[in-house]
Write a protein that binds this ligand. Structure first.
Ligand code: SF4
Length: 472
């Protein structure tokens, strides 16, 4: 019987079994940002400890940075203090920092793969839930809390329970207008937001095989929203082509040796998974969330559920969501008026996301009542988009083109909803108050769908705006 990638990587990184039954797991790459690290560094200082492996630790600023004018000191004193703290901690503990003065600053889950820090077969930890993103490259990547950030800084290891593996195959091909975001929203809708608890999700099948690395990152990014601690795609030729030439990746013969090893850690063909799910890609449609968790979603031509439509145990959740969102049970989701359109985040703030959204808005105008923001996931993404003239397309349509950061994904910065505004968002969480207003409402969807909603001024089916004869 063969092994999964998860099992192979786990075995290779096991330091020892702990008396608790957990595994002490060596962490190959620790990514740090300004929000979850200050107390962890303070704890090291109190104990007189250093960072165990600063050469395997990299930091950036993303959550709190303003995206509209980044002159220092920031107007927000708290943001300035957090940035200063990270700069001081990185200097004192010898951790490389991709700060605002670096051309490589950006959202931590965007810059890791972009720089080639993220590589197949690695164990990766970061104090942010969406660390699962890095699994797109065949890494086993976990989001951790502040006390675990301290543990990894101090010991380069984590106490972890071995996960089960659920293989999720997306077979056939995707219809036009269906993106990786729609695939993962559909998976979470079927399995539920707790369906992945105790599991890592291994994504495969022809639809995933044909996805670009950017798309695989979107898929793995939201594994955590389905309750899975990690999500990954087995490394293949797409992975290897993506990594070749990136800054932290070996070159020449060393790259070929690394690539051979990366291929070898993919799950074996005769692996017996703990669970399996298969979805026919042809059945998928553009998705929109209607509720207050990412599992409460439906196809864009669908209707908001009634309490009677769901199992008895779910009816209270539906009632709560309908009440918060102000939606009528049974109403079509298409036609819901939106006030804000946000394109960005570690889920969908990469170059290919911006390209797809630009294709939709090119030659069109954002509806007069909509505030549209495009926020690149990193400075590198912004520069590449600028070389292609994407900011001009967005600005001509009426969007604001911003600097790199997390922005309105969680609004720990000035980009936030006001009052009960409805936001068409390419981010990953639609929890109550997630985008900065305690009563703000978030509709998750693909960047192309956000672009279409911005133009229409309401939720609409992006397939109507695709160029004629479109096959993507
Ligand atoms: S974009 Fe959102 S989910 Fe991603 S790292 Fe930033 S705050 Fe976290």
């Amino acid at each position: 019987m063969g092994s999964t990638l998860l099992q192979k990587v786990w075995d290779l990184h096991t330091v020892r079994r702990l008396p608790t039954g957990q595994t002490q797991l060596l962490i190959g790459l620790h990514l740090v940002h300004e929000v979850t690290s200050p107390q962890a560094f303070d704890m090291l200082r109190l104990r007189g400890q250093g960072v165990a492996m600063p050469e395997r630790t990299f930091a950036t600023v993303d959550h709190i940075v303003p995206t509209d004018g980044q002159l220092r000191p920031f107007l927000d004193d708290m943001a300035e203090q957090m940035t200063v703290a990270l700069e001081r901690n990185c200097r004192e503990f010898g951790v490389p920092l991709f700060g605002l003065d670096s051309a490589e600053q950006g959202i931590v889950h965007v810059i890791g793969p972009e720089l080639g820090l993220t590589q197949p077969g690695m164990t990766i930890a970061c104090g942010d839930s969406h660390t699962s993103t890095h699994g797109a490259l065949g890494a086993v990547a976990f989001g951790i809390g502040t006390s675990q950030v301290r543990d990894v800084l101090a010991s380069q290891s984590l106490a972890m329970e071995l996960l089960k593996v659920r293989r999720i195959d997306i077979t056939g091909s995707r219809p036009p207008g269906v993106y990786a975001k729609d695939v993962i929203l559909a998976i979470i809708q079927r399995l539920g937001v707790n369906g992945g608890v105790g599991f890592a999700y291994e994504f495969g099948g022809t639809v995933v095989d044909r996805m670009t690395m950017d798309e695989r990152m979107t898929l793995c990014n939201m594994s955590i929203e389905g309750g899975a601690r990690a999500g990954y795609v087995n490394p293949d030729e797409t992975t290897i082509a993506y990594l070749r030439g990136r800054r932290f990746v070996p070159i020449g013969a060393a790259f070929e040796r690394a690539a051979a090893w990366w291929r070898s850690i993919a799950s074996d063909a005769d692996t017996d998974y703990d669970d399996r799910l298969e979805i026919n890609g042809a059945t998928l449609a553009p998705m929109v969330t209607w509720g207050i968790n990412p599992g409460q979603s439906l196809a864009v031509d669908g209707r908001v559920p009634r309490e009677a439509d769901v199992p008895a145990g779910d009816s209270a959740g539906v009632r709560d969501a309908l009440e918060y969102m102000g939606f009528s049970a049974g109403a079509p989701i298409a036609g819901t008026r939106v006030d804000v359109a946000f394109i960005g985040s570690c889920t969908n703030g990469r170059l290919s996301d911006l390209r797809e959204a630009a294709r939709i808005v090119q030659g069109r105008k954002v509806a007069r009542h909509v505030r549209g923001l495009v926020v690149p996931g990193s400075k590198s993404v912004a520069e590449a988009a600028e070389r292609e003239g994407l900011p001009e397309i967005f600005r001509a349509a009426g969007f604001e083109w911003r600097a790199a950061g997390c922005s309105m994904c969680l609004a720990m910065n000035p980009d936030r909803l006001n009052g009960r505004e409805v936001c068409a968002s390419s981010s990953n969480r639609n929890f109550k108050g997630r985008q900065g207003s305690p009563t703000g409402r978030t509709l998750l969807m693909s960047p192309a769908m956000v672009a279409a909603a911005a133009v229409a001024g309401e939720v609409t089916d992006v397939r109507r705006m695709l160029p004629a004869g479109e096959t993507r």
